[in-house]
Design a protein around this ligand. Sequence first.
Ligand code: 2HG
Ligand code: ZN
Length: 483
Amino acid sequence: MADTDTNVIDGLRAIVGDKACLDTAADMQPFTTDYRRLYHGKALAVVAPASTQQVSEVLALCTKHGVPVVPQGGNTSLMGGAVPDASGNAVVLNLRRMNQVLEIDAVNDTMTLQAGVTLQAARAAAETAGRLFPLRIGSEGSCQIGGNLSTNAGGTAVLRYGNMRDLTLGIEAVLPDGRVYSSLRGLRKDNTGYDLKQLFIGSEGTLGIITAAVLKLMPLPSATAVAWVAVKDPHAAVQLLTQAKRTAGQAVTAFELISGPALSLVLASMPQQSAPLPGVHDWMVLIELSSGGDAEGLDATLMAILEQGMESGLIVDAAVAASMADARAFWLLREEISDAQTREGGSIKCDISIPLSKIAGFIAEASAQVLALAPDARMVIYGHMGDGNVHFNPLRPKGTPAAEFLAAHYTQVSQAVDGLAHRQNGSISAEHGIGVAKRDDLVHCKTPVELALMWQIKRTLDPGNLLNPSKVLPLPAGTDHRA
Ligand code: 2HG
Ligand code: ZN
C-alpha cells in the first residue's frame, strides 16, 4: 500500500473511529458488491461516519488526497450505483450510522431525518405520530432515505403522492470540499432563486452527499380497499384506470400491472402463497384505493369500479381483499416479483416510463421485438402502470443458464426496449436511476446540450470528479472518467 493510502486510512480512522473504518477485503466485501451480486468492486476503505461533521471531514480529507468517494445507503441499487469500481482507489462512505429521526412537526406536517434512516423506520416514525410518509417500495426494510433521495425513488404510491422529489422540502448535503449545503427549513413556499436541493435529488451522489432531509407528511388514510383483477389486456388495464380515476378520483392510490409470467415466477418461488384468482391470467392489475372517509363508502366505490369494468368487458375476473391480511397477501405477490427475479437470475432489466396513452402499444411492440430476438424469453412485465412506469424485464427461459442468456441477449434486448421507449417520448430510467448499468445509454437519449449541461454542473460542484466517479454521466467522446 502506498504511503498516501496509509495516510488517508489513518486520517479516516481519526475522523470516524477504528470500528467505523474497514480496510480488509473480507470486511469490505458486503459494501463493495451490490445485493444482486452483479457488480463487484474494490475499495481502499469503507467508512461509516456518525455525523454531518464527520462526513464533511471525510470528504475534505479525500479531496485533499484526490481519493474518490462512493456514497452508499442500503446498497439496494439495481443499477450498480452504490458500489465502487474495480480500481480499489475509492473510499465507500456508508451512511447507516446516521439513522436518527431528528424531528416530527405534526403542525407543519414535516419530518426531519438523517440520510441513513431506513424507509421502513421513516414510515414507522411518521405513523407513530399519526401521519403517513407515503413512499412505498419493496426494499423499504433495507433502503435508506439518502438513497431514496439520491435516486429520486418512486414505487407503488407515486400515482397518488408523487416520487421522492415531490415529497421533499429540504435537504442537507456535503460537497466534495467539505462545505455543507443546507435547506432544512420545511418551507412549502420559497422562491428565493435556484432550487438547489433539486440538483442533489436524483443525481446519485455525483454532486454531493445527502446527509439529512425534511420530508412531507400526509394524513393517514382511515380506509383502504384492495382488489386483484384479471384484465383482458394492457389496453383494457389503461381503460380501467381511466374509469377508476373518474369514479374514485384522488382515492386511486396504486394501480399495478402484472403479467402472467411475473406472477408465475413468484408463485414458483413461494409455494406457500396462492394466487388470488383461480389460475394465472395473462394480465392482472392490483388496485388500491384509500381515503380519509369511511370503509363502507370506499368498498362501495371499489365495487362500482369493478362492476363497470366487468360490464364494459375490460375485466375478466376479480378478487376483492376481504381483510387486511388478504390485502397484505395480494401486495406480497406484487412486491416479491423483483426478488423472485433476483433468485432466478438472468433478467434483463428495463425500467421505462412512457405517456400512459402509449403504454399498451409500447408493451405489444416491445414484446414482439424481444420475442423476435429471444423467442423463449419469459416476459416478466410489471410495474406502476398508474404513472406510466413499466418494469419490462425479459427473463431467461427455464433451463438456459443465466450467463448464457445474458451474453446472448442483454445488449440487443435492452437496446430494443429502451430505444423504443425513447422514440415514443419515454424514459429509459423511470425510477431506478442510471448508475453504471445505463450510463452509456444516456448518450442515445439525451441531447448534446443536456449532456454538456450535466458535465458543466458536475465540474462546477465536483471539479476533481471524485464523487461517485464513473456513475451516471457518460463520457464525452475521447475522454476517460478521471479526465
Ligand atoms: C419494483 O417495482 C421495483 O418492484 C423493482 O422497482 C423492479 O426489479 C425490478 O425491475
Ligand atoms: Zn418499481
